[in-house]
Design a protein around this ligand. Structure first.
Ligand code: DX5
Ligand code: ZN
Length: 216
């Protein structure tokens, strides 16, 4: 499977959001990664429905919504309505994860589950066949621009082994501290969707930064 690039809008220039989304439209990016933070599940607040609604008509690429929020069930339908193609929830935020995943699918989106750096891949054993995507967090969620956690490689190997027989089409996404310096190793370890915030938007040439991630 060819790997996908999902630049994270969290690192965009919010005073020039239209310009940055149009840049992504012109780029080799495959998805637009959209980080929603509630100040409860993570110690930061980002953006939500109005911003998703505003970018949806401009964006020509699928929007990959990463919910770093408690009680995601309550909001899934609205995110689907406002333009999410994929919705990823955190395992650590869901008591009834199976129900949440079914809710995402019945809202017409593909379903992802994210794991914090401390959560083992084995916790997905009994839900892996229901998922379209697993997001391995390679930083503690909440902020862009953090240092990549090396144990991520081990988790990618674990996940690849778990998915091999039971869900070979699974999208394996990795998020946090990704740049042209580690993208090749991440792909070799099993990732097939790369999220990148600062390494794209803080670059002097974001189009080139995306191109380098797409063709490492
Ligand atoms: C962190 C978010 C990430 C963030 C990544 O909680 O989930 O998507 O935007 O930013 P970088 O690539 O700068 O680490
Ligand atoms: Zn994210």
């Amino acid at each position: 499977m060819e790997h996908l690039i999902a630049p994270s809008l969290l690192a965009a220039d919010f005073a020039n959001l239209q310009r940055d989304v149009e840049m992504l439209n012109q780029s080799e990016a495959d998805w637009i990664h959209f980080d929603v933070m509630d100040g409860v599940f993570v110690p930061n607040i980002s953006f939500g429905f109005p911003v998703l609604k505003a970018i949806k008509p401009i964006a020509t690429k699928p929007i990959d919504v990463h919910l770093m929020i408690v009680n995601p069930d309550q909001y899934i339908e609205q995110f689907a309505k406002d333009g999410a193609a994929n919705i990823t929830v955190h395992l650590e935020a869901c008591t009834h994860l199976n129900r949440t995943v079914q809710l995402i699918k019945s809202a017409g989106c593909t379903a992802g589950v994210a794991l914090n750096p401390h959560s083992p891949v084995a916790l997905l054993e009994d839900i892996i066949t229901d998922l379209d995507l697993v997001l391995i967090m390679s930083v503690n969620p909440g902020f862009g621009g953090q240092k990549f956690i090396l144990n991520t490689y081990k988790k990618l190997y674990d996940l690849k082994a778990l998915a091999r027989n039971r869900n070979p089409d699974l999208k394996i996404e990795v998020d946090g501290g990704i740049s042209e310096d580690n993208c090749k190793e991440l792909l070799q370890a099993g990732a097939n969707v790369l999220v990148a915030g600062n390494s794209v938007f803080s670059s002097y040439d974001p189009l080139l930064a995306i191109q380098k991630l797409k063709h490492p």
